[in-house]
Design a protein around this ligand. Structure first.
Ligand code: GLP
Length: 261
């Protein structure tokens, strides 16, 4: 796991956007795995800026989002499909047909999960998977104790996640309690993973993900198995790490070709 600690979430997001932009420049038909939540918003804004000011071309890019609430159509303002359209897709030159988000209204949700896996395979697999981290260590909507080898599946959201995300729904009761999400096995199949975690609320989850045991109780810790996982943190989210000086040292000694962005 490559740990990059930056002074602020903004600087971390700009670095994350640079990493993704480089993937697209090297492979114009790249397949991106995308995430929702507050964390990647600035990263999307930076990618939009790179598109507008520096001609970053999304015309041949394909995307697969991690997850979607069950029961919310893509027109619902709290759906992740809507989030992606408003915060990213409508600002860049991506072909909407190439953007994939699990369908939380599918009549047969199990078939939707199988079909989603197949569509990822048919696209040639994911080149880089963007991830956030839940306060309880979840990635996508893979909540604690979910199988580390899971494929796209239906998950019940934890009370912690419902509390954390319910503000935008107005109330806990108004929020869907179930979601479709790529499994942890699906995420680990991406050729590269890029996880962002910022702010003091993520300290414990970051500590377990990076330095704790590989354990289903912290789904993010599965990234310890990934051959090419980059984690971008800020001063706040990295405050609980015991080996922060080591990560900074490694970062400072990189050869030019090993540097990101
Ligand atoms: C949500 C999403 C995750 C996201 C996480 C953190 O529930 N399903 O993909 O990474 O929770 O959200 P935030 O970035 O808002 O802290």
């Amino acid at each position: 796991m490559e740990i990059l600690i930056r002074d602020s979430a903004e600087i971390g997001c700009i670095l994350g956007a640079k990493i993704i932009a480089r993937v697209i420049r090297e492979k114009p038909d790249a397949v991106l795995g995308l995430a929702t939540g507050r964390t990647p918003l600035l990263l999307y804004q930076e990618l939009i800026r790179l598109h507008r000011d520096e001609g970053l071309d999304f015309s041949r890019v394909t995307t697969f989002n991690l997850d979607e609430y069950i029961g919310l159509a893509g027109t619902h303002v709290q759906s992740y499909r809507y989030f992606m359209r408003e915060n990213f897709f409508r600002h860049i030159n991506i072909d909407p047909q190439r953007t994939h988000v699990p369908d939380g209204t599918a009549a047969n949700l199990h078939a939707e999960c199988r079909g989603y896996e197949q569509r990822i395979l048919d696209a040639g697999g994911i080149d880089i998977q963007l991830l956030g981290l839940g306060r309880n260590g979840h990635i996508g909507f893979n909540e604690p104790t979910g199988s580390l080898r899971s494929r796209t599946w239906i998950k019940i959201l934890s009370e912690q996640t419902l509390r954390d995300n319910s503000a935008v729904f107005g109330s806990f009761d108004a929020m869907p309690k179930h979601a479709l999400t790529m499994g942890i096995g699906t995420i680990l199949d991406a050729r590269r993973c890029l996880l962002l975690a910022f702010g003091p609320a993520k300290v414990r989850a970051v500590e377990h993900m990076v330095e704790g045991p590989l354990a289903a109780i912290c789904p993010g810790s599965a990234l310890q198995l990934h051959p090419r996982a980059t984690v971008i943190l800020d001063e706040n989210s990295s405050a609980g790490l015991h080996y922060a000086d080591h990560y900074r040292w490694i970062d400072s000694q990189k050869l030019d070709w090993q540097r990101n962005g």
